[in-house]
Design a protein around this ligand. Structure first.
Ligand SMILES: Nc1ncnc2c1ncn2[C@@H]1O[C@H](COP(=O)(O)OP(=O)(O)OP(=O)(O)O)[C@@H](O)[C@H]1O
Length: 232
């Protein structure tokens, strides 16, 4: 479970998060929506202790993320909007294997995870490709595969479909379905609700650093006329 309690974050004088409280239970498929600058990315960066709270706390499975950031980063797989920044190795296979190798898994298990994660993003068999020779969309898919290969209990994807072609999009949606079915909690930060609305258990909307709506996707019909940018 990811639990955010009264979280506030400032960048200088600007308040990016203003008293956000939110609990994401295990196994939930949650969409995080809201206009540009509403605080979505700032919020999810706190899940992995990549930012220091001004006030408030974030706990993952009961542990404060600032006390044990490594535990949070192992439990929560995260893919950000600038995926190239997340790639650490020269080739696709080495990059996706990097996280599982750090978990100390044996070679057979690492190879299985890499192959499975690359299949999920429609890059099966591309282990030897150089990451710098890939398109931006392909690099985004490698970053997603890297998070999938960690087999985290929670997966957070920030605008994962930006730059993905239809085939890769379908492939990733299908993997999200199987992960959700297997009990992984999934948080998708998105402006693009296509194909996601019907999959989600819940939609949380932020505006000006606050939670302004929190409910089932069916409630979205009520949200959109009030200007919460769901991107439909
Ligand atoms: N590193 C930073 N330094 C200064 N201000 C920042 C920084 N990162 C974010 N902000 C500000 O914090 C606020 C929230 O930004 P954030 O990126 O979390 O919003 P967002 O909802 O993810 O936006 P988008 O949909 O455009 O990605 C914005 O006003 C933004 O300008």
């Amino acid at each position: 479970m990811i639990a955010v309690d009264d979280l506030t974050h400032r960048f200088g004088d600007a308040v990016a998060l203003d008293g956000v409280s939110l609990t994401i239970p295990d196994g939930e498929f949650c969409l995080l929506v809201g206009p540009n600058g509403s605080g979505k990315t700032t919020l999810v960066r706190h899940f992995n202790a990549l930012l220091e709270p001004g006030s408030g706390t974030v706990t993952v499975d009961g542990t404060d993320v600032t006390v044990d950031p490594l535990a949070a980063r192992t439990s929560i797989g995260m893919v950000f909007q600038q995926p190239r920044d997340q790639l650490v190795a020269a080739t696709v296979g080495a990059d996706v294997a990097f996280g599982p190798e750090n978990l100390g898994l044996d070679r057979g298990e690492i190879d299985r995870r890499v192959a499975s994660a690359l299949d999920a993003v429609d890059l099966g068999g591309r282990e030897d490709d150089h990451v710098d020779a890939l398109s931006g969309g392909e690099q985004a898919r490698v970053a997603i595969a890297g998070a999938l290969a960690m087999e985290p209990t929670h997966l957070v994807l920030d605008e994962p479909f930006a730059g993905l072609d239809l085939r890769a999009r379908r492939s990733l949606l299908s993997r999200l379905d199987s992960l959700h079915e297997a009990g992984t909690s999934i948080v998708v930060v998105t402006h693009d609700l296509r194909d996601l609305r019907e999959r989600a258990d819940r939609v949380v909307a932020l505006a000006d650093g606050r939670v302004v709506a929190d409910g089932s996707p069916a409630d979205l019909g009520d949200l959109e006329p009030h200007g919460v940018d769901g991107g439909c």
